[in-house]
Design a protein around this ligand. Structure first.
Ligand SMILES: NC(=O)c1ccc[n+]([C@@H]2O[C@H](COP(=O)([O-])OP(=O)(O)OC[C@H]3O[C@@H](n4cnc5c(N)ncnc54)[C@H](OP(=O)(O)O)[C@@H]3O)[C@@H](O)[C@H]2O)c1
Length: 265
């Protein structure tokens, strides 16, 4: 697929995978809308992309559900249409279920599930009217199996995958595509902002995160999946093995996932 002049809205563009995607799409001469809560970081990204591409900052907070309808209207108004929306906003978790307050589950579900759900629901009528649209959901291997210290995160990513997979099955609009991306560990600062049991930030880089797949490699693979209109892509190293163990030798999955999850903090 040629991304030149395509309008790509990246939510969660201020860091990590979202920022990597913004750079990769800019290199392909796409027109960008970049969103997150952190205006200062978005401005610095916009400056880095200047000269490559059209790029507009649109502040958005995934937990402010009532405001999201207006955010979508503003996004639609910037270039008059949207070709691709990418849900990369997300927050991680590092706490055992038994130590996790209910409010933390709410927060994880708001950012990782209800925010992307609301934006997509508001966009669908626009996609119908314009006759095309592509939604990309950055889920996780945690949307495919359980993993220690991430009960709420895993639940939110299962919900995300369930919603988007159902959209794929319904497929009621022509020229409408959904790509679900399930990364394993990617080298971003996700664990820094991950929520602990009382809702404070974990503030540490995990061993696993530090040794993760580089962001630019992950972004290139996501662009390839989008251009091929893939329904689902896994971007992972040994986590992929864990996924197959869960299906083929469940006892080994429970043992190894428990050990890896508790050791790799
Ligand atoms: N890194 C991995 O190993 C990995 C693996 C599997 C899946 N993922 C998924 O990949 C996505 C991107 O994560 P990342 O690794 O790139 O982490 P990251 O660098 O921490 O990026 C998270 C992004 O989400 C945005 N965000 C967080 N809360 C938000 C809110 N309430 N409203 C709007 N934006 C919000 C952040 O921007 P602001 O703080 O500026 O709002 C930031 O741009 C997430 O959905 C994550 O679950 C990551």
């Amino acid at each position: 697929m040629n991304f030149e002049h395509k309008v790509v809205w990246i939510i969660g563009a201020s860091s990590g995978i979202g920022a990597g995607l913004a750079k990769a799409f800019a290199a392909k001469k796409a027109r960008l809308i970049i969103s997150s809560r952190d205006n200062a970081t978005l401005r610095s990204l916009e400056q880095q992309l200047a000269g490559h591409t059209g790029c507009t900052i649109l502040p958005a907070n995934m937990t402010d559900r009532l405001a999201l309808v207006h955010v979508v209207e503003r996004a639609m108004g910037i270039y008059g249409h949207i070709d691709i929306v990418i849900h990369s906003a997300g927050v991680g978790q590092r706490s055992l279920a038994i130590d996790t307050e209910l409010s933390v589950y709410n927060q994880l579900m708001e950012v990782n599930f209800f925010g992307p759900l609301a934006v997509t629901q508001y966009l669908l009528p626009h996609f119908r009217k314009q006759g095309h649209g592509h939604v990309v959901a950055i889920s996780s291997m945690s949307g495919l199996m359980g993993f220690p210290m991430r009960s709420g995160y895993v639940a939110s990513k299962h919900a995300l995958k369930g919603y988007f997979e159902t959209l794929q099955v319904e497929h009621t609009l022509d020229n409408f595509y959904v790509t679900i991306v399930s990364p394993g560990r990617i080298k971003t600062a996700l664990s820094m902002s991950a929520l602990t049991g009382d809702g404070t930030s974990y503030d540490k880089m995990d061993k696993g995160q530090l040794n993760g797949i580089p962001v630019d490699e992950c972004a290139d693979r996501i662009l390839k999946a989008i251009s091929q209109k893939k329904k689902h892509v896994i971007i992972a190293r040994s986590e992929r093995l864990l996924y197959w163990l869960r299906i083929l030798i469940p006892a080994a999955y429970y043992r190894i996932a428990r050990k890896r999850g508790l050791d790799n903090q």
